[in-house]
Design a protein around this ligand. Structure first.
Ligand code: APR
Ligand code: PHB
Length: 390
């Protein structure tokens, strides 16, 4: 088989890239080692920057997102028993974010891909990129014990942090940067109305808490927890009790509780691999970088990578110019590092670290106080939260 672009990974990066390429008349095959149900079973963040919303529209897959997503013009920072609203719209000249679950976005992209009849091969085992340094790249994989080969012009490694693409890059040509945080997030989903009409990021002596949502009737809550905590030790009752303690009283009193239908613990890490291109192999999204979820940048960074790579591939096929693909890695990384910095900063400002001493505590308090009293400081937060320009 031959195609123009082989996309490894059918997460949001691979699906968005595939859909944009299809719109531009560029043929792509998507391979994923997992099945559709497994991919749609993963619970992830749900805050979209306007650039991500724009790409979903450009891909022709934004209909349900506009109908069911919740546009937010602000969020709250809670600390010291009070909360302070960051008015995103006012601080950024009318910008905001769209609250829409990543699972739903993935489902929409899958459905649109099926509707145009583009090829996706699920449950593909032993996917391997080959010869991407030469002129004839190809990808091999197995289905039901049978080996296959797809020849192509380019390979897009959209296969997440644990994928094969980054590992295929020659060791001497790749540099990685990593910071692992000494805590995790315990997340819970429940069909109860959200405690507030906007998100609340709470700094509390007992640890960080986040109140988010998936809809007017489905809430997503998180608690900072130790890395050795076990989900089994967190009954719903314990979770709700702990969340209440970490919120200012007026929110705690308004909290509606109910049975959860999902609970999981995720570690927090910052990770970047440089460069993001190795010959005709491009790394996209989580395959190249991970950010802690504070600030919800993971999916949005995947989308900006897709934007740069899509633009470069269009230039290549439509204008016969390699300028865009040659600039891909530098363009993507320049935006990635700014989001890595922002996510690290939000994480540092809002969490309790095991070694937080009296000094660090005072610095956190001063930072939060500064944000609530300086429009310039709040603008820096707001501009990054809604997403930097592509
Ligand atoms: N072969 C084929 N497919 C693979 C392989 C492999 N060796 N390894 C992983 N995959 C597939 C996974 O099954 C998954 O469906 O690649 C896909 C990667 O998807 P994601 O992990 O969702 O990564 P990405 O599409 O870049 O999405 C980034 O997801 O992890 C969040 O916070 C992150 O929101 C961000 C977004
Ligand atoms: C979520 O809704 O899952 C979410 C929202 C905001 C974040 C992280 C996660 O910063």
């Amino acid at each position: 088989m031959r195609t123009q672009v082989v996309i490894i990974g059918s997460g949001p990066s691979g699906l968005l890239l595939g859909q944009l390429l299809a719109k531009a008349g560029i043929e792509a095959v998507i391979l994923d080692r997992a099945g559709k149900d497994y991919i749609l079973g993963r619970v992830r963040a749900g805050v979209l920057e306007s650039g991500t919303v724009g790409l979903m529209d450009e891909a022709g897959a934004g209909g349900r997102m506009h109908a069911e997503g919740l546009p937010h013009g602000g969020f709250s920072l809670a600390f010291d028993g009070r909360d302070h609203r960051i008015d995103l719209a006012d601080l950024t000249g009318g910008k905001g974010v769209m609250v829409y679950g990543q699972t739903e976005l993935t489902r929409d992209l899958m459905q649109h891909r099926e509707a145009i009849g583009a090829a996706t091969i699920y449950d593909a085992a032993n996917v391997r990129p080959h010869d991407f340094d030469g002129r004839s790249p190809y990808v091999t994989y197995e289905t039901a014990g049978v080996s296959h080969r797809i020849d192509c012009d380019f390979i897009a490694g959209c296969d997440g942090f644990h994928g094969v693409s980054r590992k295929a890059a020659p060791e001497k040509s790749i540099t990685t940067f990593e910071k692992v945080y000494p805590f995790g997030w315990l997340g819970l989903l429940a069909d109860v109305p959200p405690v507030n009409h906007e998100l609340i990021y709470a700094n509390h002596p007992r640890g960080f808490a986040l109140c988010s949502m998936r809809s007017q009737s489905r809430s997503r809550y998180y608690l900072q927890c130790a890395l050795d905590e076990k989900v089994e030790d967190w009954s719903d009752e314990r979770f709700w009790g702990e969340l209440r303690r970490r919120l200012p009283a007026h929110h705690a009193d308004a909290l509606v509780i109910g049975p959860s239908f999902e609970k999981s613990i995720a570690p927090l890490r910052s990770f970047v691999a440089e460069p993001m291109r190795f010959g005709n192999l491009f790394l996209v999204g989580d395959a190249a970088h991970i950010v802690p979820p504070t600030g919800a940048k993971g999916l949005n960074l995947a989308a900006s990578d897709v934007h740069y790579l899509y633009a470069g591939l269009c230039e290549y096929y439509q204008d016969r110019s390699s300028a865009g693909i040659d600039a891909y890695s530098a363009r993507a990384l320049s935006r990635v590092w700014k989001a890595v910095r922002f996510s690290w900063w939000m994480t540092t400002m809002l969490h309790r670290f095991p070694d937080t001493g009296a000094f660090d505590q005072k610095i956190q308090e001063a930072e939060l106080d500064y944000l609530t009293h300086s429009r310039a400081a709040a603008t820096v937060l707001a501009e990054n939260y809604v997403g930097l320009a592509y």
